[in-house]
Design a protein around this ligand. Structure first.
Ligand code: TTP
Ligand code: MG
Length: 229
């Protein structure tokens, strides 16, 4: 049937043997994910997918990220719905190079942020359930697991300082407590295996200054972007 066929190439593209090698960089807010991507951006065989934050700040003229922090109870559901859409887009958008490199993934949106907003009462149970159903449908119909997750592991104190220094206006209200609970969820997911994870995980200490981080990236370059095929 024609209607079925329209969706078919999409499903084939991301599960066939022509599939790209996928690297996702994960870690708390301001742990250095964008810096990591910049480091690998100019390699010819790597397509770095632009971070979705820009879209979250301007969705058809609406600053969704700003709304989230102004009134999380009101806006968490809408915000996380949109995050999930932009993440799927980043996972399956056609690219030319053999390696796809992503800032975050649909998995941290689900296991860290949605989970945290639910546990802290900003998402009601039915809202949480709808987001989880979408996540379940998406991840069981498309194969989105990164081959490698690079976890930039940081202390909540360090990233709070970086957030203050970088000064994104939307993020002024972020508290140490908020970063601590996000940290715990990253740990549960990537260190303790408390959510399903089929990706290889590389853990890098992200508390260092920029030159030290860049040395670390260089040291692990082959494991991260060396062609495995
Ligand atoms: P991050 O995705 O952590 O990106 P970043 O650019 O801040 O990180 P880095 O400095 O390491 O590059 O978060 C961006 C903002 O979006 C932050 O305020 C947290 C928020 N956010 C959510 O609220 N929910 C989500 O599901 C995600 C992925 C982010
Ligand atoms: Mg970033």
């Amino acid at each position: 049937r024609m209607s079925g066929n329209i969706m078919f190439p999409l499903a084939v593209d991301c599960s066939s043997s022509l599939r790209k090698f996928v690297v996702a960089v994960e870690g708390n807010i301001a742990s250095g994910k964008t810096t990591f991507l910049k480091f690998f951006k100019n390699l010819a065989h790597v397509d770095v997918i632009e971070e979705p934050v820009k879209k979250w700040k301007d969705m058809d003229g609406h600053n969704m990220l700003g709304l989230l922090y102004e009134d999380p109870k009101r806006w968490s559901f809408a915000f996380q719905s949109y995050v999930q859409l932009t993440m799927v887009d980043n996972h399956i958008r056609p690219i030319k190079s053999p390696i796809r490199m992503l800032e975050r993934s649909i998995f941290s949106a689900r296991h860290c942020f949605v989970e945290n907003l639910y546990r802290s009462g900003y998402l009601d149970k039915p809202e949480y359930a709808v987001l989880c159903e979408w996540f379940k449908w998406i991840t069981s119909n498309l194969s989105l697991f990164p081959d490698l997750i690079v976890y930039l592991r940081s202390s909540p104190e360090t990233v709070l300082q970086r957030i203050e220094k970088r000064g994104r206006p939307e993020e002024e209200k972020i508290s140490l407590e908020y970063l601590q609970s996000l940290h715990v969820l990253h740990e549960e997911w990537l260190m303790k295996g408390e959510f399903p994870c089929h990706s290889k995980v590389m853990v890098l200490d992200a508390n260092n200054d920029l030159p030290t981080m860049e040395q670390l990236f260089l040291k692990h370059k082959d494991e991260i972007v060396g062609l495995p095929f």
